[in-house]
Design a protein around this ligand. Structure first.
Ligand code: FAD
Length: 385
């Protein structure tokens, strides 16, 4: 019996699980187990919608896995023994593995600025987003400070401003919103934020979060009745604690086939992995996370057949950004994520963004029956060759 344990049922872990299910369904000698903190699939791409008070679908992982032969364990992974090849869940259950797929994702970095852990809301789970939604609904008036001017911050600020016109929204961060986009997309994004009444405070270094305000370097303060923290990414310390080679952000360093360089029986995928392509180490996205999961599944099956896994190649192709429910902008990109001249805006962009956001769940369902349907993604051409 070859025991495969997948840690995390997010975008990458689910892709690995359903693809393995599809590829091993006729094999009696393979057992696949998925461990996740919740039964509910966290649609991270919709957390800003939840925070703004919208209802989103309640997608259940065990329901999707029903009939696939994949075992689901609900629990919190508390330790990995990479020598004994075991995983500890909720400090009590022990799972043995022959191959481990590490897909625990990342969360907002709430540790590097004092006060964030105590006073700020995050988008680490649907529950966290719901807590912010409750706070915003109860406010009636006041200011929401969205800290972090990356795309998560932009989407959150726009969504909250649109759904809560009674609240003032200020978006605070080091870089100007849409900094990595081309001039056309960036100008569109800025105009949309202005139309929605979002005040942008770029070039700001946040040094402290207090119950009623955010303090910036230089002494300036921004009054805030609610603070959302979207800045930075932190990963689980479990991989480093288990002795796996990790980078300076705690992500597992992988070889070209997505195996840990120190522990080749461990595959690392999604946001928790430091995956190098010719253009640099990939940054975490859903568009890249799902292919890493599928590639890990294909590689594990190849290895079980005595073949060598192939190198993983991926090229980015788009950056879709919602600007509330009625507006969006899509920046199409080169494989290294630099902007192309091609941009979608307005209603066509809203449709595009929603199509992309809604796609993963039905894709997982399809992969349990037709696993090769998940193997189509842009390989990056000359950028990754
Ligand atoms: C608000 C928001 C908007 C975003 N928008 C986009 C977008 O438009 N496009 C895009 O490409 N990307 C977007 N992203 C980024 C994208 O969501 C991530 O890159 C993607 O979720 C990474 O997938 P993953 O499987 O690695 O991790 P995740 O999806 O985070 O999954 C990790 C899973 O592991 C579980 N887990 C973690 N630790 C433990 C533990 N110790 N024990 C048990 N379970 C655990 C979690 O509960 C979760 O289910 C967005 C992110 C946010 C927060």
């Amino acid at each position: 019996m070859h025991r495969i344990v997948i840690l995390g049922a997010g975008y990458a872990g689910m892709a690995a699980a359903v693809n393995l299910a599809g590829r091993t369904k006729r094999r009696e000698d393979v057992r696949v187990t998925v461990v996740n903190a919740t039964e509910r699939f966290t649609e991270r791409l919709r957390l800003h919608q939840i925070a703004a008070g919208q209802q989103v679908a309640d997608l259940r992982v065990p329901e999707l896995l029903e009939g696939t032969g994949v075992e689901f364990v609900r629990g919190w992974v508390t330790g990995i023994d990479a020598t004994a090849r075991t995983v500890r869940v909720d400090d009590e259950q022990v799972l043995e593995y022959d191959t481990l797929v590490y897909a625990l994702g990342g969360m907002a970095d709430t540790a590097s600025v004092p006060g964030v852990d105590d006073h700020a809301y995050t988008f680490d789970s649907a529950h966290d987003a719901q807590l912010l939604a409750q706070r915003l609904t109860g406010l009636g008036s006041g200011t929401v400070a969205v800290c972090g001017s990356g795309l998560t911050g932009v989407e959150a600020a726009a969504e909250i401003a649109e759904q809560h016109p009674e609240l003032a929204v200020v978006l605070i961060g080091r870089e100007e919103p849409g900094a990595a986009m081309g001039p056309k997309a960036k100008a569109y994004l800025h105009a949309a934020l202005e139309r929605l009444g979002v005040r942008v405070r770029a070039g700001a270094e946040i040094i402290k979060v207090l119950p009623d305000f955010v303090e910036l370097a230089g002494g300036e303060t921004v009054a805030a009745d609610a603070v959302l923290w979207t800045s930075g990414v932190r990963v689980s310390p479990l991989a480093a604690a288990a002795g796996l080679d990790v980078d300076d952000r705690g992500r597992i360093i992988t070889d070209a086939a997505l195996r840990s360089v120190s522990h080749p029986e461990v595959y690392a995928i999604g946001d928790a992995a430091a995956i190098r392509q010719n253009y640099g180490v990939m940054h975490g996205t859903c568009q890249s996370g799902m292919p890493t999961g599928v590639h890990a599944a294909m590689s594990i099956v190849r290895q079980m057949k005595g073949k060598q896994p192939k190198p993983f190649r991926f090229g980015y192709y788009h950056t879709p950004v919602s600007l509330g429910r009625h507006d969006a902008v899509v920046q199409f990109t080169k494989p290294d994520n630099s902007p192309r001249g091609w941009v979608l805006t307005g209603r066509r962009a809203v449709w595009y963004k929603e199509t992309v956001t809604a796609a993963p769940w039905p894709t997982y369902g399809r992969m349990t029956k037709f696993p090769s349907s998940g193997s189509i993604w842009p390989r990056g051409g000359r950028f990754t060759r």
